[in-house]
Design a protein around this ligand. Structure first.
Ligand code: ZN
Length: 149
């Protein structure tokens, strides 16, 4: 079976988030058969919800579609290293594989900070692939924050 990256779809969600004035992070969830079952960008400002990160919105939508609080065999693509909150949710959802783009030394929780999924309290550790399309993902964030200054 050939590997198809869905990071382009996640980047499209990140660009759409930037256009809405949200921090440009995008995520998609892919079902075991390869179908994209959820896609989302950050909506914290629009929803006035500090938990409305792209990953959480995508996981919620995928779980609603699946009618289950777990997503075994599913993949999550996200343009930025997930924060500790989202990393915990990825573990709770039993996501099989996590693909992320840019590293986030300041707020990430997978390879930085609490390294939630590697913590002994984590009940589930997905396969983790970092640095996927990291360049464009980081550029989106850089441009977004540069425009704010
Ligand atoms: Zn997050």
């Amino acid at each position: 079976m050939s590997f198809t990256s869905h990071m382009d779809a996640a980047l499209a969600e990140a660009r759409a988030a930037a256009a809405r004035g949200e921090v440009p992070v995008g995520a998609v969830v892919v079902a075991p058969g390869g179908a994209v079952v959820a896609r989302a960008g950050n909506r914290t400002r629009e929803l006035a919800d500090p938990t409305a990160h792209a990953e959480l919105l995508a996981i919620r939508a995928a779980c609603a579609a699946a009618g289950s609080d777990r997503l075994p065999g599913h993949d999550l693509y996200v343009t930025l290293e997930p924060c500790p909150m989202c990393a915990a949710a990825i573990g709770f959802a039993r996501i099989a594989r996590l693909y992320y783009g840019a590293a986030d030394p300041k707020s990430g929780g997978v390879a930085h900070g609490p390294r939630v999924l590697a913590h002994p309290q984590s009940h589930h550790r997905p396969e983790i692939y970092d640095g996927i399309a990291a360049g464009p993902a980081a550029a989106l964030l850089r441009d977004f924050f540069a425009d704010l200054r």
